[in-house]
Design a protein around this ligand. Structure first.
Ligand SMILES: [Zn+2]
Ligand SMILES: [Zn+2]
Length: 63
């Protein structure tokens, strides 16, 4: 099995669409670059940061 296909289920909507070359500009629209905890959620995340490889915190595997 290959891991070449990114898992878009953990990406923002923008970056999920941007996996298509014709929509790659949408990477710039991604604002989901950090985890957002619930204000009183005891460590529960409201929003998880986007796992798109284009973000610097998430270098491509094997790089
Ligand atoms: Zn992206
Ligand atoms: Zn993103």
């Amino acid at each position: 099995m290959s891991t070449a296909t990114p898992d878009t289920s953990t990406m923002s909507a923008e970056c999920a669409v941007a996996q298509r070359p014709e929509y790659k500009d949408l990477h710039q629209a991604c604002r989901q670059t950090k985890d957002v905890p619930l204000p009183h959620g005891g460590g529960i995340l409201l929003v998880r940061r986007c796992t798109c490889p284009h973000h610097r915190y998430n270098p491509p595997a094997g790089a």
